[in-house]
Design a protein around this ligand. Structure first.
Ligand code: SF4
Length: 370
């Protein structure tokens, strides 16, 4: 059994135009108080769970690279005193270009961070500006150099596709620039326009327009093909890695393994219970209680399949049987028959997985499953 830990750092220099995550600009003064609350949550949760062995840690946000070395060390020391981090623990920290400093990168390595995930998004200054990102491509290069000089072992770059005004030529250039930095892992996320964000308002008012479904699909194909040609294997809808560099933390989540989440807006999935911490920073600081949801056996079976199908290797049928005591095909055979016949779904060597086309239309398979 694996156990992961997620730590949410909800502070940002400024808010990106598309962002509806729990992240706050202009609240840096609250960071020490937040870290106090976070450490106290970690300590009190450990009294309930016991000192469990943990094999992945992920600091996300927000912008974790806004932590000072002292605050980072304080959180990590608390984690290590409450949980047993395995010797080969994968320890990822998200960072935004323009915020990573040498002292922080050195503190990260001292703390055991061995994977940096950097929000590059794209290579074009005009597109970055449109997204209200704080960085340029030059900042990405500088931040990667800082991380490498400090000795961070693995690098992921997050890229975005389907941005207003983004062209196929931009996508090619972004991939070229990303590959020039020789990352171990690349994530390519399609832009999601969230209600209430400045980007959504600009699109609704006709000030900006999206490239459209066909252009999005073409950009996704460019990512798939270019990354394949450069030795990155697609292992999930949006994720590509060199051999041995898959993100274990996320793979464990997709394989329905438990995780504990700390900080505002963090979720946990542990012993069949989903726990959602208050999404607002102020509520979290005020000590508001988390919301708990007991996951029914039926929901757990559906979630197991839904998450597992995101992986290109799909679901190991014996893992479903071990977990739920019923064969996967007995539970869902009727619903999945059509997808299997029309080639969206494949079944081979005790695994069930989506074909390339099936990945593009994953929602249709999930609807049939429901
Ligand atoms: S850096 Fe990330 S979390 Fe912060 S505002 Fe931008 S998208 Fe949101």
């Amino acid at each position: 059994m694996h156990l992961g830990i997620y730590v949410h750092i909800p502070f940002c220099v400024r808010k990106c135009a598309y962002c509806d995550f729990s992240s706050y600009a202009g609240r840096m003064a609250d960071m020490p108080r937040y870290v106090e609350a976070l450490c106290s949550e970690i300590r009190s949760r450990a009294l309930e769970t016991g000192k469990k062995s943990v094999d992945t840690v992920f600091f996300g946000g927000g912008t974790p690279s806004l932590l000072t070395p002292e605050l980072l060390e304080k959180i990590v020391n608390t984690l290590k005193s409450c949980y047993e981090l395995t010797p080969d623990c994968e320890f990822t920290m998200e960072s935004n270009p323009g915020t990573l400093t040498e002292p922080l990168a050195q503190a990260m390595v001292r703390c055991g961070v061995n994977r940096l995930s950097m929000g590059m998004q794209c290579a074009q200054s005009h597109l970055l500006k449109r997204l209200n990102r704080i960085h340029t491509m030059e900042d990405v290069r500088t931040a990667v150099q800082i991380a490498r000089n400090a000795g961070v072992a693995q690098l992921n770059l997050d890229l975005m596709l389907g941005l207003p005004g983004q062209t196929e030529a931009d996508m090619h250039e972004t991939l070229r620039e990303a590959l020039a930095l020789s990352p171990d892992h690349i994530s390519c996320y399609a832009l999601i326009v969230e209600e209430g964000t400045p980007l959504c308002r600009d699109i609704e008012a006709g000030r900006l327009s999206l490239p459209g479904d066909d252009a999005d699909r073409a950009m996704y194909e460019i990512c798939r093909q270019t990354l394949r040609e450069h030795g990155y294997r697609q292992y999930e809808i949006s994720n590509f890695a060199r051999e041995g560099s898959r993100c274990r933390h996320n793979v464990n989540c997709w394989q329905y393994q438990p995780y504990l989440g700390f900080g505002c807006a963090a979720h946990s999935f542990y012993e069949g219970i989903r726990r959602a911490n208050p999404a607002s920073l102020d509520d979290y600081l005020a000590g508001a209680a988390p919301q708990l949801e007991v996951i029914s056996r039926d929901d757990a079976m559906f979630e197991f399949v839904m998450l597992g199908l995101r992986l290109t290797e799909g679901i190991e049928e014996s893992a479903f049987l071990r977990r739920f005591g019923v064969p996967l095909w007995q539970k869902y055979g009727k619903q999945l028959e059509k997808a299997l016949q029309d080639g969206r779904l494949q079944r081979e060597d005790g695994r069930m997985y989506l074909s390339e086309h099936g990945m593009d239309v994953m929602n249709s398979v999930l609807v049939e499953l429901l």
